[in-house]
Design a protein around this ligand. Structure first.
Ligand code: RBF
Length: 348
């Protein structure tokens, strides 16, 4: 009698649970997780990612035709990279998210081992490259073009003695938060290539902060570079870049900005902005996913011709800070890349 009761109870719960879970799967909307590998604050790439994904989800949810709303959860993995694998695994292990969206070149290597245990998880990674993995879609920007434009503008500025803070040392610098393959093989060489296209005698210093948040360290490095004769710096250091901007204002040197429009960060000191259209890309990729059109397994590279790498030419602060002769040369080189006269391919 007792055994029969237990059996019935099991059957009852199995039926109830099955019906409930099937029902909830059919009727509920999708769950999307946004995994920020670091912190949103101070990192334009992550802020643009967040803005683009959020915009697509809000638009979808506010459409009167939408019956099943999308749930968007945002996770900041913080700065300790040794924890990112564990944090991403914990997120995947919830088996709740239809897709996990993230951005930076190291993400495929964090995701691939997790897929061995959770083979159904889907990922969309921007600013990353992984070809042929059926669970992962990636889009990267042509950062040789982006860095070349930064280098070219820095080269024009350091060789123009009419500019207030330009000296005659022909020394510029890239200050990065850390070394990583894209930095060492694409961004730094592209920056040097662009600068030396202006004048082959320009020398490029390369310094590492050691993390993506330490503004004090960023300022110290910038000061020592300034003392050694550097008059233009490209900071790619997340929150640490703020220290480099402060040093530019305090000591008097120029900044070429990367990833988003940085002119208003220090009017008069920012001489260029080489931008990746990450917000637009994040918006479009989220929309595509919601329409079921993501091409998992594919790896795309987009650049100036595609409209996803841009050089800001029309900002009033660019026009005010940078002499017309330099602006004209920047316009020309940008147009040459657009027209295919100057080809800067990125090889992975
Ligand atoms: N960029 C940021 O702005 N903030 C970050 O916290 C950050 N963390 C990164 C961590 C790793 C492991 C790697 C490979 C890149 C990181 N980036 C970060 C750099 C970013 O992906 C991109 O290369 C630069 O913003 C230049 O476009």
């Amino acid at each position: 009698m007792y055994k029969k009761f237990i059996l019935l109870l099991i059957v009852f719960y199995t039926i109830t649970f099955t019906v409930f879970s099937n029902g909830s799967k059919e009727n509920s909307g999708k769950n999307i997780a946004l995994f920020i590998p670091g912190e949103l604050s101070g990192s334009p790439v992550y802020q643009m990612l967040n803005d683009g994904v959020t915009k697509a989800v809000n638009e979808y949810n506010s459409n009167p035709k939408t019956t099943n709303k999308i749930n968007l959860s945002i996770f900041e993995a913080q700065s300790n990279q040794a924890e990112w694998g564990k944090k991403l695994t914990a997120l995947v292990a919830q088996q709740k998210y239809d897709v996990i969206i993230s951005s930076n070149p190291s993400m495929p290597d964090f995701a691939k081992p997790i897929l061995k245990d959770f083979p159904d998880q889907k990922f969309i990674f921007l600013d990353a490259y992984e070809s042929g993995n059926p669970n992962i879609a990636t889009i990267q920007y042509n950062q040789r073009e982006q860095a070349y434009l930064a280098g070219y503008s820095a080269g024009l500025v350091t060789t123009d003695s009419s500019l207030l803070y330009a000296n005659k040392d022909l020394k510029i610098a890239l200050v990065a938060a850390q070394e990583y393959p894209v930095m060492n093989t694409i961004i730094l060489p592209g920056f040097i290539e662009g600068a030396q296209a202006v004048n082959p005698d320009i020398s490029v210093e390369f310094r590492i902060v050691g993390n993506w948040y330490d503004a004090t360290k960023g300022a110290e490095i910038a000061k020592s570079l300034y003392d050694s004769g550097v008059d233009v710096i490209l900071p790619i250091a997340g929150g640490a870049s703020q220290g480099i901007i402060s040093a530019a204002k305090q000591y008097g040197f120029y900044i070429t900005w990367f990833d988003d429009n940085g002119f208003n960060k220090a009017p008069g000191y920012i001489v260029s902005s080489s931008v990746m259209s990450q917000e637009k890309m994040a918006y479009e990729q989220t929309k595509l996913f919601l329409e079921g059109k993501t091409k998992f397994g594919s790896a795309k590279t987009v650049g100036i011709k595609d409209g996803y790498v841009q050089f800001i030419l029309d900002d009033p602060l660019f026009i005010k800070t940078v002499p017309e002769s330099i602006r004209k040369k920047m316009t020309d080189v940008y147009e040459n890349i657009k027209s295919g006269t100057l080809v800067l391919e990125q090889t992975n």
